[in-house]
Design a protein around this ligand. Structure first.
Ligand code: SF4
Length: 189
């Protein structure tokens, strides 16, 4: 028995064989919301990450971006290597004291509103490098919104961190750590 199907780009009403023009459907419903809510919705679903990978966590971050875990499903696949085009800083790896001013400079150059996700033990606390040359956590110099534990964290944990950040953005949670932040290298602060 042969079957045939007809495909069309026109939307079809349920139980109807007659395609309905798109413009008629657009007039048949209304969406009401608040401006700040829809702006937050747009922000949470259009994060542009800047990967600041300095060590092994950076390799794990590549896996998060790859097809298996696919950060694109969360609207955050537009990776940018210019801070002026990014609003999510993914700190993945050990930060040395020498690198700290660079991290601050990158953070300052990013677009507002901007967010920081600290990936792994090293970025969050210095990890097992309890040493004079390693920063004991990215939050010593920049405001961190989400910490993802692990050495390295699994890709699932990183995705969970991104989702936590998205919830924070959607609900417009206050971020006093961000609001009270001052550049630690600014001599005039
Ligand atoms: S947390 Fe572990 S995996 Fe990540 S950079 Fe540090 S040592 Fe490497």
């Amino acid at each position: 028995m042969s079957t045939s199907s007809v495909t069309t780009n026109e939307p079809v009403l349920k139980n109807s064989q007659t395609p309905v023009p798109s413009e008629d459907i657009s007039r048949s419903f209304a969406l009401t919301t608040r401006l700040d809510a829809i702006v937050a919705w747009g922000r949470k679903n259009a994060l542009w990450p800047l990967p600041y990978g300095t060590a092994c966590c950076g390799i794990e971050l590549m896996s998060v971006m790859g097809p298996r875990y696919d950060l694109a499903r969360f609207g955050a696949e537009v990776v940018r290597f210019s801070p002026r085009q990014a609003d999510l800083l993914l700190v993945a790896g050990t930060i040395t004291e020498k690198m700290a001013p660079v991290l601050v400079r990158i953070y300052e150059q990013m677009l507002e509103p901007k967010y920081v996700l600290s990936m792994g033990a090293c970025a969050s606390s210095g990890g097992f490098y309890r040493a004079y040359h390693v920063l004991q956590g990215a939050d010593k110099v920049i405001p961190v919104d989400v910490y993802v534990p692990g050495c390295p964290p699994t890709p699932e944990a990183v995705l969970d961190g991104v989702m936590a950040l998205q919830r924070m953005i959607a609900t417009q949670q206050p971020r006093p750590w961000r609001d009270n932040w001052k550049n630690p290298h600014d001599k005039n602060r």
